[in-house]
Write a protein that binds this ligand. Structure first.
Ligand code: NAI
Length: 216
């Protein structure tokens, strides 16, 4: 039971299923039908069935889905049953905010270190995690089994730093810098652009206003 061959569109929806199933588990719900899950998640029941059928055998006719089982299996597919060691490059506003967020660790994402070029930050700790200078980074990656690098540095520096990280064994980058990194295909990059989300919000607010004016 693995995520291989599953479309990226389905993979993008899995974290949301995982979150809803986690909430159901917390509420003590043991099983749920695709119809009930559909009402909660505001996704069609057929979409849910189609998505979850990718993993085979989770749902049973007349029984619905076993919440704990589905939650555990989706967690495994997403790799949340293992530990992922991370470093954050750029210990400014965003880097420190991410380091301060303890909940990532509950999903297995452990921030081992923060790195920066600004010497006034050296040795400061954020939630117990030390800020180190970039000259230490190569040995740190090697000695701490680091898998993921979080990039929260200015975009002008992002590409050269990303290349250096890859040369030193980093296989996955969570990229907040506003630039495309164009790394080799075997390097996994997830770009996060909060401003794009805001632009979609802006678009939808405008459309809403327009339709309301038309209603008047
Ligand atoms: P900031 O200026 O507070 O922090 C940036 C830090 O990176 C500084 O401490 C600086 O010394 C360090 N730095 C610069 N060059 C470096 C290098 N070569 N190696 C290591 N560290 C280096 O900026 P802030 O607000 O934390 O933003 C960081 C980056 O994230 C910016 O590129 C910003 O545009 C981006 N950003 C992206 C968002 C998104 O949704 N994708 C949201 C907010 C910021």
């Amino acid at each position: 039971m693995e995520g291989r061959g599953i479309s990226q569109a389905v993979i993008r929806r899995l974290p949301r299923y995982y979150r809803y199933l986690g909430e159901l588990l917390e509420d003590g719900v043991e099983r749920i039908s695709s119809n009930d899950l559909s009402k909660r998640m505001k996704v069609t029941a057929s979409q849910i069935r189609q998505d979850l059928n990718n993993f085979g055998g989770f749902g049973q006719q007349g029984y619905g889905y076993n919440v704990k089982y589905l939650y555990t299996e989706i967690g495994k597919i997403l790799g949340l049953d293992r530990k992922h060691n991370m470093i954050i490059i750029g210990a400014g506003n965003l880097g420190q905010a991410l380091a301060n967020y303890a909940a990532f660790e509950r999903s297995g994402f452990v921030t081992k270190g923060l790195f920066d070029v600004n010497p006034t930050l050296a040795g400061i700790t954020v939630r117990g995690i030390e800020i180190r200078m970039m000259d230490e980074i190569k040995s740190f990656i090697k000695n701490n089994d680091i898998e993921i690098a979080v990039l929260t540095i200015p975009k002008a520096k992002a590409i050269s730093v990303a290349n250096m990280l890859v040369e030193n064994g980093i296989r996955a980058i969570w990229n907040f810098a506003h630039t495309d990194l164009n790394l080799p295909e075997n390097i996994v990059v997830e770009n996060v652009h909060l401003s794009e989300s805001l632009m979609r919000l802006s678009y939808n607010v405008l459309r809403y206003k327009e339709t309301h004016q038309e209603d008047k």
